[in-house]
Design a protein around this ligand. Structure first.
Ligand code: NAD
Length: 328
């Protein structure tokens, strides 16, 4: 079988080559995204595997893929909002995604940043840069004494709850779906209870009309003044201006952000200072704010799983079988 993979990262290459050798398929790796200009590169292949956030909704893409005899589009990522499922169905293309490639990858960065925040390391760094090696005013708390509030206890929120429980923290969660398998690791509560009780509020919901700006001036005010807010999910879940105000007015103690609402302007790119949005600069200057460039997923385990699950799905669909990851 001949498969073309778009938007291949250097870190994916060894896993792709190992998979191709083990399974006896030919995989062509290109770095381009799938666009109307690059779709022709798929001509002559049996299967296609993509990974991109830029929209892929031009009908010409679906029409051309179908005309090449291709039967699927595998998106080797969680999100698939860049694809048009109706168009895919219309042209007989089965779309798959990867609902869970390594929830621990994201959960572990959330924990790492929460630990840095509670140990006041941003403040210590700032002091030490100025020759101040004192401890005064910087006493920390210990994780096993804290209550952690998980908003959205799915794959990643559930993994987050398990890690904090293992460290001795008390974990509460808000989620419309109650998963009995998580009973040993968390206690479900309503959102108001979570916001007013948690020492660490960590959000792991998808971005939907219902969850957009769920963290806003009102919900930030509900949090304890000593609480830390962790967002490893999507920037649009947070009203960034309200978060900046809450931090400036010490309504919460700090925040760790792996995603920002306007991140597509600069995350994953090399940019000049004038291309960096003002809200990022304000947040980055605060010693109690930690920002990472949407890198929570970027571990060797996650990349290996992303490559293997995606390519296995290509083979499954091209061979005429059904994949549990099919979206249409
Ligand atoms: P998931 O679907 O397994 O879990 C999401 C959970 O949120 C579900 O249990 C759902 O019931 C719950 N939920 C939905 N609406 C809610 C609401 N209004 N209030 C409370 N809970 C609600 O998803 P996941 O795989 O755990 O991913 C969670 C988020 O993490 C997604 O936004 C995803 O895009 C993001 N993500 C980020 C990275 C990264 O690198 N930072 C990587 C992968 C995924």
């Amino acid at each position: 079988m001949k498969i073309i993979m778009y938007s291949v990262l250097a870190e994916e290459r060894p896993y792709i080559e190992a998979w191709a050798q083990k399974n006896g398929h030919e995989v062509t790796q290109i770095t381009d995204d799938l666009t109307p200009a690059t779709v022709e590169l798929a001509n002559g292949y049996d299967g296609i595997d993509i990974q991109q956030t830029i929209p892929t909704k031009d009908p010409i893409i679906y029409q051309k893929l179908a005309s090449y005899g291709i039967k699927q589009i595998t998106a080797r990522m969680v999100g698939y909002e860049m694809l048009d499922l109706d168009l895919a169905t219309q042209y007989g293309l089965t779309v798959t995604n990867i609902p869970a490639y390594s929830p621990r990858a994201i959960a572990e960065l959330g924990l790492t940043q929460a630990m840095r925040l509670i140990r006041q390391l941003g403040y210590f760094d700032q002091r030490m840069e100025n020759g101040d090696f004192t401890w005064n005013g910087m006493i920390s708390r210990e994780i096993h004494d804290l209550t952690v509030g998980v908003i959205g206890a799915g794959h990643i929120g559930g993994a987050t709850a398990q890690i904090y429980t293992a460290l001795g923290a008390h974990v509460i969660a808000n989620d419309p779906v109650h998963n009995v398998e998580l009973a040993p690791f968390l206690e479900y509560v309503d959102l108001d209870t979570l916001l007013t009780t948690a020492d660490i509020v960590t959000i792991h919901t998808p971005l939907t009309d219902e969850t957009e700006n769920i963290i806003n001036a009102k919900t930030l005010q509900q949090m304890k003044k000593t609480a830390y807010f962790i967002n490893m999910a999507r920037g649009g879940l947070v009203d960034t201006q309200a978060l900046i105000v809450a931090l400036q007015q010490h309504e919460i103690a700090g925040a760790a952000l792996d995603t920002l609402a306007d991140e597509n302007l600069f995350f994953e790119h090399q940019v000049t200072p004038d291309q960096i949005p003002a809200d990022y600069k304000i947040l980055k200057a605060m010693p109690n704010v930690l920002i990472s460039p949407h890198s929570a997923f970027f571990t060797n385990t996650a990349i290996k799983n992303i490559v293997e699950i995606g390519l296995n799905d290509v083979v499954t669909i091209v061979s005429g079988k059904k994949s549990a990851n099919a979206l249409n």
